[in-house]
Design a protein around this ligand. Sequence first.
Ligand code: PEP
Length: 254
Amino acid sequence: MRELWIAGNWKMYKTRAEARAWVAALIEHPQAATVHLMAFASATLLATVEETAKGRIWVGAQNLHPGREGAFTGELSARQLLDAGATAVLIGHSERRHLFHEDDELLQKKVRTALDSGLRPMYCIGETLAERQGGRTEEVLDRQLTRGLAGVGAEEWSRLWVAYEPVWAIGTGETATPAMAQAAHRFTRDRLQALGGEAAARVPILYGGSVKPENAGELLSQPDIEGVLVGGASLEAGSFAAIAAAGAERQKTS
Ligand code: PEP
């Protein structure tokens, strides 16, 4: 059966009680049983998610500092995130790139730190509206992949995911059409193959950008879309479970 990854990015939302209730509701949902579920949560929630999920949900952090430890007030190391229960981490989310000015060189260091420490990175890429309208989508994706994933070793590709998230579709209600998303995913897979051969071409590529229960099934039926990264529609357990159910439905027909 085709493996599918259904990931929620909670951003700066939820208290511990809310996180506990979300996880408890989701793991009771039988329709979500065949897909991989992931929750990228604030650091304050990681331990709660891990304790409540009973191994059923991948626990992800939303950011990390590239250093091992040190005088970096307010930052979190890979070791601390692992200790809190995370096994995965988002790197290069467009909000980190654009609101916090993180560039590909910094993100490459974060990917390196994550892999070295045993945290599995989900590396996010995506073009802005101006870049798409200017015909530069592929150039941008190529640059983000080449720089951010520089130095990933042959045996490391199996420990990461890539998320394609067009910036203009994040939190805007605009979604790439399935054909647009598929084209970007196909390009991403070809570039991954050029960077790391067959092992890199097998990296799961998730689509993100205003995914909801109504559009998840069609997106997930595209051959190069192996999952979705969901912001707004992941906050409520019922709508996230409906997206997972759409994934499970696709698995039956693929
Ligand atoms: C995201 O934050 O990664 C995202 C895709 O958000 P939304 O689903 O709200 O567009």
